[in-house]
Design a protein around this ligand. Sequence first.
Ligand SMILES: Cc1cc2nc3c(=O)[nH]c(=O)nc-3n(C[C@H](O)[C@H](O)[C@H](O)COP(=O)(O)OP(=O)(O)OC[C@H]3O[C@@H](n4cnc5c(N)ncnc54)[C@H](O)[C@@H]3O)c2cc1C
Length: 241
Amino acid sequence: MTIICNYKVENIIHEDSQFIINDDLISKTVLITTGNGAFKPKAFPLPIPTSIDNKLSYFVKNPQDYQNKEVAVLGGGDSALDWALELSQYAKVSLIHRRNQFRGLESNVEKVKHNSQISVLTPYLPANLIDNSGRCELSLKKVGTDETKTIVFDNLIVAYGFRANNRFVKKWGIELENDLIKVDRKMETSVKGIFAAGDSVGYDGRVPIIGIGFGEAQVAITSIMQTIFPNKKMTIHSTSI
Ligand SMILES: Cc1cc2nc3c(=O)[nH]c(=O)nc-3n(C[C@H](O)[C@H](O)[C@H](O)COP(=O)(O)OP(=O)(O)OC[C@H]3O[C@@H](n4cnc5c(N)ncnc54)[C@H](O)[C@@H]3O)c2cc1C
């Protein structure tokens, strides 16, 4: 087995019963596990002064970098809640969201509400951002009112989610439904020999969690083995396949 890291699959061509990947790899079958696909974070919606643009991040690489800082986390989903909780171990956090309700895991919403290191500011939208002596002076507007407030932070973490899609697989002839890859019960896509598993696939009732993806990968790998070695007897119940 060869493992190739930091490799983006741009193209797959079907030729002579094999698949040519990016013009440099050849395979009898392909298993797509691209999750939500190519994604980029939803951008902060206001102009960012260049003097403080290094204070705004879409990812947290090392929470300890925020030790003793005042940090605003913007967003109301799982990532925003996760980062607010994680950073609260090191920093004073303000969680700013445009609605009073959060979309994330209920238990995390409760943890945030009871965390003395986290101030929840809802329903607020960022209205302006300026440089205040190298810090981020953020003006907030209360949704549905004329009320505004201004707070100065050391850092802003923007967790508005991601724009993601798997539409790029369409050019390989693979059918999508609601932007997710259509598969049959063997996890085979509309292109014979190309299989898919994990969050990139969609079917009625699918839940996008790790356990389901693991199960689908097992089904896909079993199907691939049966495709490549149709006469081979396999111990289907073994997890080593
Ligand atoms: C904030 C958050 C919290 C979550 N919490 C939980 C939880 O508590 N429990 C749980 O079970 N699930 C949780 N999930 C869901 C879980 O993370 C996913 O179900 C799981 O990661 C899906 O696995 P996957 O392998 O299908 O996709 P991913 O884990 O998304 O992996 C896809 C990989 O494919 C790569 N890729 C994409 N396009 C290409 C390309 N063209 N070429 C090469 N590589 C490519 C990506 O870079 C990525 O590394 C959570 C998700 C989020 C966003």
